[in-house]
Design a protein around this ligand. Structure first.
Ligand code: 3PY
Ligand code: MG
Length: 254
């Protein structure tokens, strides 16, 4: 398995990625060849299915690291997503230390965890099983999201849990937990984001965040956030389509 994503993550090397929400190999391949360090395949909110995600990983590799956001924090999703060859998982709404410990347990093979052994794409369909098992716990990145005020409160304990490699901030769900959904610039939400950053910084924990615009992400990068998710496939497609069309219309009588 070609994996240095976790190493890069633990070294807090800035990596710019984007969210993939559209099923199919084409956008994954195009974006993997556009200079992104990593692709955030979103199975939490999109219609991307497990086999689609596997094909997308195959299409994007080895140009970009493929990290999959699982639909939920349960064991079945975590093991199946790792078995299709994801280099890491992003787990939404991990709000308590118990949940964080369970995520690590589901994602790591014994003796560190209780991940079950199967043969699928990640293990070369059986041809690379031993090699994969030997390296998986040290190569696979476990990223949990802090995106609820309860998660912010419990973060000092969560960041001390062995096996958690990065805390990924979800500004939108975080705003929702303050009943201010979508108001990510609200002072209370911004204060929570700053608290997360500070807690991670003090614990020497890698931190990530999603943003639709480069300006806000550049500021986060300056203050130490290294795992950056900029925009989504669908937003980039519609944004550049509108821009081209507006340009065309403003410079001609079309
Ligand atoms: C959020 O903003 O809630 C996210 O999960 C972004 O990825
Ligand atoms: Mg979210």
């Amino acid at each position: 398995m070609r994996t240095n994503f976790r190493k890069r993550l633990l070294n807090k090397e800035p990596m710019i990625g984007t969210l993939l929400t559209i099923s199919g190999t084409e956008a994954a391949e195009i974006l993997s060849k556009s200079g992104f360090d990593w692709l955030f395949i979103d199975m939490e909110h999109s219609a991307i299915g497990l086999h689609d995600a596997q094909l997308m990983i195959q299409a994007a590799s080895p140009n970009a690291h493929c990290i999959v956001r699982v639909p939920g924090k349960d064991e079945i999703w975590i093991k199946r997503v790792l078995d299709i060859g994801a280099e890491g998982i992003i787990v939404p709404q991990v709000n308590t230390p118990q949940e964080a410990r369970q995520v690590v347990n589901f994602a790591q093979y014994p003796p560190e965890g209780k991940r079950s052994a199967g043969i699928a794409k990640a293990q070369g369909f059986g041809t690379e099983l031993n090699q994969y098992i030997e390296n998986a716990n040290k190569d696979i990145a476990i990223i949990t999201q802090c995106e609820h005020k309860d998660g912010v409160k419990n973060l000092p304990e969560i960041v001390s849990i062995e096996g958690i490699d990065c805390i990924f901030i979800g500004p939108y769900d975080l705003s929702g937990s303050f009943n201010k959904l979508g108001k990510i610039d609200d002072p209370e939400v911004q204060e929570a984001i700053e608290t997360i950053k500070k807690t991670c910084h003090q614990a020497d924990m890698a931190t990530g965040i999603f943003g639709t615009q480069p300006d806000a992400l550049k500021e986060h990068k300056k203050t130490g956030i290294s795992l950056l998710a900029l925009s989504t496939d669908s937003l980039m497609l519609s944004g550049s389509a509108r821009q081209l069309l507006n340009n065309m219309k403003s410079s001609s009588n079309v």
